[in-house]
Design a protein around this ligand. Sequence first.
Ligand code: ZN
Length: 69
Amino acid sequence: MTKIDFSQINKTAAESFNQQRNVIKRIAKGQTVLCEACEKPLTLTVLSEGESGVQCSKGCTQINLELDA
Ligand SMILES: [Zn+2]
């Protein structure tokens, strides 16, 4: 059996998830968040009910996220 340390993977994923959720929250409030890569403003798009996406005009940042109420 090979042991894999999932704790580190999960921690990173959780941090990434929280970071993405914060970005979407800020944009939803009308704040401007810039893409880390191209420094263009990120825009919020609603993909479907309860699911939102954030992307920059160049497409180097693309976040799709299901939002809880
Ligand atoms: Zn970009």
